[in-house]
Design a protein around this ligand. Structure first.
Ligand code: NAP
Length: 295
């Protein structure tokens, strides 16, 4: 079997085309463009590249992006203060804190300074809890992107066994919960899991979210399984042994060009949603997030 490639680049491009139309309508209606503020702490070159890519995508759909750079030597209090200001700034619709932040900074405290109405990267406790309850909210961008990609390829989820390898709060845990909400039977694996190969071999859907090059071997994959590789490792290598896995899977995401572009598209989509929800709230309409009233 030769797996069909799940082309995240193409699906993301189509999504961005739709968002561009929404943004045009928004701009005509309200006389302003949606604004995403990106916050970068420190000088990690990869983080700079990610933030630049996100800002470029923003511009490509007609949104504005505002870039805030904070020195690597900043304290948690300083980072929290900057993000809190953005949370209160009426001109800002969405806030992205690029992570990881330098180790001495309390990342959770920094995330929690993002107002839930502007949490377009889905990193706050409020967004996570709403997602866990199955309520409308902003999803963590990578899990949201993975779900959108599965839907774009009409992958049946109901009753399927999904095995998620990884349990981080921004990726593994939320993607498993979103799959559960769609009636998949979900198993989580992590660094203490025994018999990883045997468990992966029972999966109809494999989501690799680890950050270890080719940890998931091709011969672990059950014939016909759908393989989503969110991992990104040095040398453009995913968490799955791609060539071997493509020989047995029915669908597979490439690295790069699979999950990565979908993550950015989800961020941009959620920024457009935040802008409209805030604008509706300002004019007395219904809000997406209950706390949308600016403090
Ligand atoms: P993370 O916070 O480091 O979490 C890694 C997870 O993998 C942990 O739950 C860990 O288990 C588990 N793990 C580590 N070694 C393992 C092993 N040998 N067997 C089974 N599980 C193991 O990483 P993350 O932020 O979730 O990111 C994971 C990967 O996704 C990275 O490659 C990252 O670059 C990529 N990523 C991609 C995007 C994108 O847009 N494409 C976005 C975010 C992340 P424990 O919990 O037991 O430690």
């Amino acid at each position: 079997m030769n797996a069909e490639i799940m082309d995240g680049t193409a699906v993301a491009a189509a999504t961005l085309d739709r968002i561009r139309e929404d943004v045009e309508a928004f701009t005509t209606e309200f006389g302003r463009r949606p604004v995403l503020a990106t916050v970068l702490v420190g000088d990690d070159p990869a983080s700079h590249t990610y933030v630049r890519m996100k800002a470029n995508r923003c511009k490509s759909v007609g949104m504005e992006s505002r870039r805030i750079e904070i020195a690597a030597t900043a304290t948690t209090e300083e980072v929290v203060a900057t993000i809190s200001e953005l949370s209160m700034d009426p001109d800002v619709d969405g806030i992205l804190l690029q992570h990881p932040v330098p180790e001495h900074i309390d990342e959770r405290a920094a995330f929690e300074a993002i107002h839930p109405a502007k949490d377009v990267d889905g990193v706050t406790r409020t967004s996570f809890a709403a997602m866990a309850f199955g309520e409308p909210t902003f999803h963590s961008a990578t899990p949201g992107g993975i779900m959108a990609l599965l839907d774009a390829y009409d992958i049946e989820l109901t009753g399927k066994h999904a095995v998620v390898i990884g349990r981080s709060p921004i990726l593994g845990k939320p993607v498993g919960m979103l799959l559960l909400q769609r009636d998949a039977t979900v198993t989580y694996c992590h660094s203490r899991t025994k018999n990883l190969a045997e468990i992966v071999n029972t999966a109809d859907i494999v989501v690799a979210a680890v950050g270890r090059a080719e940890l998931i071997r091709g011969d672990w994959i059950k014939p016909g399984a759908v393989v989503i590789d969110a991992g990104y490792n040095v040398g453009n290598v995913g968490d799955v042994e791609y060539e071997a896995a493509s020989g047995v899977a029915s669908f597979i995401t490439p690295v790069p060009g699979g999950v990565g572009p979908m993550t950015i598209a989800t961020l941009i989509q959620q920024t457009a949603t935040a802008a409209r929800a805030r604008q509706d709230a300002a004019t007395g309409g219904r809000e997406l997030v209950p706390e949308a009233e600016l403090r």
